[in-house]
Structures are given as C-alpha cells and as structure tokens.
Design a protein around this ligand. Structure first.
Ligand SMILES: Cc1ncc(COP(=O)(O)O)c(C=O)c1O
Ligand SMILES: N[C@@H](CCOP(=O)(O)O)C(=O)O
Length: 396
C-alpha cells in the first residue's frame, strides 16, 4: 500500500501514481515482524533487509548495491571535538547512493511490466538509471540540464545506453517536463517522487544503525537537493526504531548550498512549506535544485527529529572536499562535501556540541566530477625521462 503523507489517502501498490489527488507526495507503508538477528546471517548487500523493501524478491534488479564503507574518521573528529563516522555512498556500483533507490525502482518497473523508464537529473540519478535499466533490459530516457552535469555522470548515462536529452533549462524545469511525460504514460518515472525509489535509499539508515552496533548516532548530516534522501533515511530510522531494534533516533541535519536552499530558508522560518528558488546556483551541481519535490517529507524529518538545516557557501564546500580527501583519504564530489562543510560550520557556531556522535553521509564519488577536482589541485610537475632529473627534483 502507498499513502499520501499529507491527507493519508491510500493507493494500491500497483497503481502508477506519483502524487495524491490532494497534490501531496506518497510513501510506502511497511508492516514487518522480523528479528534483527536474521540480517547478519545474510549476504552483505542492502537486500539483506528484504522484508522492509516492498517488491517481489524473485524479480530483483541488482548490482549488489549497499553495504557501503562506514569509516571512523578520528583525525577529523579530533580536530572538531566530536566522534565522527563517514558513510561512503560513492562506493555503490555507479558511484552514488542513487543505486539503492534505483535497484528497488527498477524492480518495481519490471513488476509493473513497463518497457521504458526515465528521469530528470543533475547527473547521478541518470547514471544510475541508465545502468539499472540496462541490467533490467528496459529502455531509458534521461533529461539533463544543459551545461550543468559533471563529466563522469554524463559519461555514465551515455555509455550505459540511455537516450540522453540535454535541456535548455534547469533541473526543476526538466523534472516538470518528464513528470508530464510520465503522467501521460510514455514512461515510468524513477525520480525520487516515486515512493519505491526511497524504499531503497532508506537502507542507508538501516546500515548506519547496524554499523553502530544497533545504536543511534546523535546526529546524521547529509546534503539536501531534491530532498528524497533525508526523507528516506529518516523513514528507515523510524522503521527500525518502531521495530524495537534501537532505543533512540538521530537528529536529521540537512545541508544545502547557499544559492539553492529553499529547505534551510523554510527551516529558519519554522515553516512547513517552501518558497522555491527560481534560479538555483552552486558549484555543487548535484544539489543545484530550487524546488525540491520531497520538501514536505524532508521538513517533517528535520522537525520530528529535533534536527537542523544550514547552508554552506561554494568555498566552504570546496574546502571541505579537500579536507576530507587529505585528512581521511575519502574522495567525494562537491555536493557530498556539503555534509562535511555543514558539520564544520555547526561545530564552530556551537549548534553541535563537543563529544557528539556524528555520522556524515557522503553521497557521491570524487571521480563523478573530475573537472572540479583537477581545478582545485596543483598541476603535475613536468620532468624529463631521466633518473638524474628525478633525483634533482626530489632533493630540491
Ligand atoms: C551526490 C549527491 N548528493 C546529494 C544529492 C541530494 O540528494 P537528494 O536530492 O535526495 O536531497 C544528490 C542528488 O540529488 C546527489 O547526486
Ligand atoms: N541529484 C539528483 C537530482 C534528482 O534527484 P532524485 O533523487 O529526485 O532523482 C540527480 O542525481 O539527478
């Protein structure tokens, strides 16, 4: 069953519906009775939590997503006076957390018998959709905002065989266009407005709780763009809490880029609705989104968990990206570094207390955006193919 998060109207799992009649968004309703001990005896992918994922387990489209590294970051944690773990979602098959959602979404597409899937994307969703559509044997079409998609992501979408359309507009406009196409049944929409997508992404929350030995961290910090992931992780946390697997829940802390921050603006006004940002801007193209589709769920997650939302500048993002890469060896794309930039800012302004147990979710791999990484680095020094020249350089 799927249910409207605003009016509670329910729909059948097999209805292809993206919004409720009231205009709000939908979520899957899960009723599970299983002991948590069963999970550790299974193969380590996100599918070990299969009872919580509402699709047919015989039809799963998978590339072995999930079970991503959970790195204790003592150097950075010590510098900031907190206990820090980083959940490295760039280690998923196509290099971002989207694979968790796409595995479930594509499985649902197969169950529904559709032959084409599509999305609008700032890059990662399209990369993931193209790969999982290939795996599932479905046609795929992706709409990308022209000139604002990082190179690695574009290469993935093109190479996995999606029909790639470059839209002379931004992500929000592209999403509106493809949603109309989906409503007219030309394709099955696999953006995060699709409630089954988020059923995959909620497993990040499951894994964090299990990674911590069935304890909740004090806080989970992550970047927020279209706002599906913060909503999904909070849903997962609530489901494990309601199942009695953990005794506490974390404060959900969403970080947005200064030029694309409708959710932080709403949070500052204690509002439950957003004013869309018409021309969103940030170097972190993955979160260059002005009208996030899941804002209702995201704001509920923040308010219900006593969480927080903050903005970070492009400079803060780039500095945090370098800090994480050089202090802890974890390479992430700019949008992902927003979580580290936000952590630093909230420690410095006292919102985060010393000694807190923090998990930062870093959402995509460094190699997704090689241009930004190269621009931010020192150029290689040129030397001749001679040992003497090498030795002279090293001695210098
Ligand atoms: C790397 C990366 N980080 C963060 C986000 C933001 O996630 P969400 O849109 O679920 O808020 C996205 C895409 O939206 C992304 O691609
Ligand atoms: N960053 C996203 C934006 C679309 O988000 P979605 O979760 O709604 O698909 C992307 O990678 O395209």
């Amino acid at each position: 069953m799927i249910r409207c998060v605003s009016c509670g109207q329910v729909y059948n799992d097999n209805d292809i519906v993206y919004r409720c009649e009231c205009g709000s968004i939908l979520e899957a309703v899960i009723n599970v009775d299983v002991k948590k001990e069963v999970f550790s005896s299974r193969k380590n992918t996100m599918w070990k939590y299969k009872e919580f994922i509402p699709v047919d387990e015989n039809k799963i489209v998978t590339l072995q997503e999930g079970a991503t590294p959970f790195c204790k970051c003592d150097k950075l944690g010590k510098e900031l006076g907190i206990n820090l773990h980083v959940k490295v979602e760039g280690s998923n098959p196509t290099g971002s957390f989207k694979d968790r959602g796409m595995s479930v979404g594509m499985t649902k597409a197969i169950m529904l018998g559709v032959d084409a899937v599509g999305c609008a994307s700032t890059g990662n969703t399209s990369a993931s959709l193209a790969a999982y559509a290939a795996r599932g044997g479905l046609k795929s079409i992706v709409l990308l905002p022209a000139g604002n998609v990082a190179l690695g992501k574009l290469a993935q979408a093109m190479f996995h065989g999606a029909e790639v359309l470059s839209v002379d507009g931004n992500f929000d406009e592209a999403l509106e266009m493809i949603t109309k196409l989906a409503r007219e049944k030309y394709l099955y929409l696999l953006n995060s407005i699709n409630p089954f997508r988020l059923e995959g992404q909620k497993t990040i929350g499951f894994e964090i709780l299990e990674d911590l030995g069935w304890q909740s961290p004090d806080r989970i910090i992550l970047p927020v763009g279209n706002a599906g992931n913060i909503s999904a992780i909070w849903k997962g946390i609530k489901e494990f809490y309601n199942a009695g697997y953990v005794e506490n829940k974390p404060m959900m802390t969403g970080i947005q880029a200064e030029g694309s921050a409708p959710i932080t603006h709403a949070f500052r006004k204690k509002s439950k609705s957003i004013t869309p940002v018409e021309n969103p801007e940030t170097i972190a193209t993955a979160i260059r989104i002005g009208d996030p589709v899941s804002y209702t769920k995201a704001l509920n997650a923040i308010y219900d968990s006593n969480g927080y939302s903050e903005t970070v500048s492009d400079d803060e993002i780039l500095n945090a990206q370098k800090l994480l890469a050089r202090t802890e060896g974890i390479g992430v794309e700019p949008a992902s570094a927003a979580s580290i930039a936000g952590l630093k800012k909230l420690v410095e302004d006292g919102t985060i207390e010393k000694g807190e147990n923090i998990v930062c979710v870093v959402t995509g791999h460094l190699l997704k955006d090689p241009d930004t990484a190269i621009k931010a680095s020192k150029e290689p020094t040129k030397i001749g193919a001679s040992y003497d020249e090498l030795k002279a350089y090293i001695q210098k």
